[in-house]
Design a protein around this ligand. Structure first.
Ligand code: SF4
Length: 301
């Protein structure tokens, strides 16, 4: 018998798994939860509690975490181990084909509650599958839900301008979101929805192998980095990033790729609400341009 993991515990375990992945350990074995899994869960919770003390949460853009009491699972849910199992696209060197496999695997997804809350279609992602630069936002809005493409509304227009200001075009980057279905009323996706959907994004990232990912807004940043810091704390630096739960030791397709740099900036929708922050966003993008060797154009955003 299994039951669904508490989202908090799931994230803590995912962080621990990522830590092991970074150490080169990919193979894990399932046991009854009363043994090592429970111990691992307890350790992971302990590590997360320490982090929480050091970095006070900023919860303005994501659903709040539950309190300190976290249930120890009776058994680990099946789909948690899907995160670390070999993926069908692994070994496929053509990124277009590999992304198609992920899209087919996603199917007419009903994995989280967003599938029954008015979505018209799944918004998978768009752009150059061999790009050096990815942008990751929060989730589709009404325009994106209509057209099946991320960032096509007003915020999308601003993102296009931001990309143009970097001296490149929208077609030269890849754009995706943390959740692929529109949250009703454009609400912020719940943490559980992010945790359920983001493994597919992680697989897209592992296929695309960008040099830099720009996380647009707090939801994208916190989900990708598994951190609860404020935007002020998250911006202004690069993070070493490897997609959680995905093997990236497929040396056959690109022996040079071992993760990438991740930068955080404001979501374009936020910049539309508070244009005074555009200058700060431009600083973030300039940092990315330096990393990618892009030439600064004469005019900024
Ligand atoms: S948001 Fe993601 S996980 Fe949820 S139903 Fe849509 S595709 Fe599936």
């Amino acid at each position: 018998m299994s039951r669904t993991l508490d989202p908090e515990l799931r994230r803590a375990l995912a962080a621990r798994i990522r830590y092991h992945n970074e150490m080169g350990i990919y193979d894990f074995y399932r046991r009854e939860a009363s043994g090592e899994v429970a111990t691992l869960a307890a350790e992971a919770r302990g590590a997360d509690a320490v982090t929480a003390e050091i970095q006070p949460e900023s919860r303005e853009e994501m659903s709040p975490r539950k309190g300190a009491a976290v249930a120890v699972p009776v058994a680990v849910e099946e789909n948690f181990f899907e995160l670390i199992a070999p993926k069908p696209e692994q070994g496929v060197s053509d990124p277009v084909k590999a992304l198609k496999i992920i899209r087919e695997d996603l199917g007419d997804c009903t994995r989280c509650p967003l599938h029954k809350q008015g979505r018209k279609q799944i918004v998978f992602g768009v752009g150059d599958p061999a790009t050096d630069l990815m942008f990751v936002g929060e989730g589709p809005g009404a325009d994106e839900d209509d057209q099946g493409e991320p960032f096509v509304g007003r915020a999308g227009q601003l993102l296009n301008n931001m990309i143009k200001a970097m001296g490149i075009t929208r077609e030269q980057v890849y754009i995706a979101n943390i959740v692929k279905c529109r949250p009703p009323g454009n609400r912020t996706p719940e943490r559980e929805e992010c945790d359920t959907c983001s493994p597919f994004l992680m697989r897209q990232i592992a296929v695309i192998k960008p040099k830099v990912i720009v996380a647009l807004g707090a939801t994208a940043a916190k989900t990708l980095l598994a951190m609860n810091s404020s935007m002020a704390q998250l911006r202004g630096r690069f993070y070493d990033f490897k997609p959680a739960g995905v093997r990236i030791d497929d040396r056959s397709s690109d022996p040079r790729w071992d993760g990438c740099q991740l930068a955080v900036t404001y979501h374009p929708a936020f910049l539309l609400r508070d244009p005074r922050q555009k200058g700060e966003a431009w600083k973030d993008l300039q940092m990315v341009m330096r990393e990618l060797g892009l030439k600064a154009p004469e005019k900024s955003v």
